[in-house]
Design a protein around this ligand. Structure first.
Ligand code: SAM
Length: 282
């Protein structure tokens, strides 16, 4: 936080930054894995940063959490067993548990402190943590997937930090090969894939790694996320046995739960590739 009452996150390599005006810092700890800070901002509600990078704000997290979960879950024909890697703030878990078909969710977060701090400062994101279908584990997600029974999940969601440190391995071919094995024949994996504008090369490398891991179809969806680098974010999906085109549109339109960003039109629009990205991924 700067001394003049602004939290600023600078992206030096991109010559840009984001600032949020803060009222006060309300929490600061060094966990065994990372520095966890919580601020009360003037206009974005509560803010969580990990190692000085924005993870969640009250105001805009719904876009990210809905897009990390609903496109994959409505593309899968019958998502019953779901694995979330990372996701310690529990916002993605809450969205996944809105689906009545989901019977079991394992969430494997490296850092238990992220979840405990989220429970304290983001209680609404953690509202579903006591759902009997939710199983929270605190360990390395790379190891969890490597040791998972073959064919044990319908959908794997990789809700990770940026591809550095312990999260670096969550973007590579070896990890995706383990995901492929841990998924059922019609399984889908989705991972957050950074900014389409700033991280085009990373998205291209993710596509190559997922195809190299034998996924049949790979697609990147995109959505606004104003507190992340460039304000524009993406998730990359891969499916084992079939195309990602098409989804359970009627179930989506008649869903029993509320969303604030995702709907059937957004689902279709999010899969449309901007020209530069389309050409990069050819
Ligand atoms: N929405 C966020 C974003 O894109 O900036 C991600 C939020 S979530 C808090 C990311 C979580 O991934 C962190 O809590 C971090 O501890 C966890 N994580 C990083 N590497 C991991 C690994 N290898 N296994 C499990 N969790 C991991």
């Amino acid at each position: 936080m700067r001394k003049d009452g602004w939290y600023t996150e600078e992206w030096a390599d991109q010559g840009s930054a984001i600032s949020l005006r803060v009222k006060e810092k309300v929490h600061d700890e060094q966990s065994p894995y990372q520095r966890i800070e919580i601020y009360e901002t003037e206009t974005f509600g509560t803010l969580m940063t990990l190692d000085g990078l924005v993870m969640v704000t009250d105001r805009d997290n719904f876009v990210y959490h809905e897009m990390m979960s609903h496109p994959a879950l409505f593309t899968h024909q019958s998502p019953r067993r779901v694995l979330i890697i990372g996701g310690g703030d529990c916002g993605t878990l809450r969205e996944v548990l809105k689906h009545d078909e989901v019977e079991h969710v394992d969430q494997v977060e490296l850092d238990e402190r992220v979840t405990r701090v989220a429970e304290q400062f983001f209680p609404e994101l953690c509202a579903a943590n006591d759902d009997p279908r939710a199983h929270l584990h605190f360990q390395d997600g790379i190891r969890w997937v490597a040791e998972a029974q073959p064919g044990s999940y319908d959908v794997i969601i990789v809700d990770s930090t940026d591809p550095v440190g312990p999260a670096a391995g969550l973007f590579g071919k070896a990890f995706y090969t383990d995901c492929h094995r841990a998924l059922k024949a019609d399984g889908i994996v989705v991972g957050q894939s950074e900014s389409p504008l700033f991280h085009t090369t990373l998205i291209k490398e993710m596509h190559e790694a997922l195809r190299g891991a034998n996924f049949l179809d790979v697609a990147t969806i995109h959505f606004p996320q104003c507190t992340y680098p460039s304000g524009w974010w993406s998730a990359t999906l891969a499916r084992k046995d079939a195309t990602l085109a098409g989804f359970r549109e009627e179930a989506c339109r008649e869903r029993s739960f509320a969303t604030r960003y995702y709907n059937a039109g957004i689902h279709q629009a999010a899969f449309a590739s901007p020209e530069f990205l389309f050409k990069t991924l050819l």
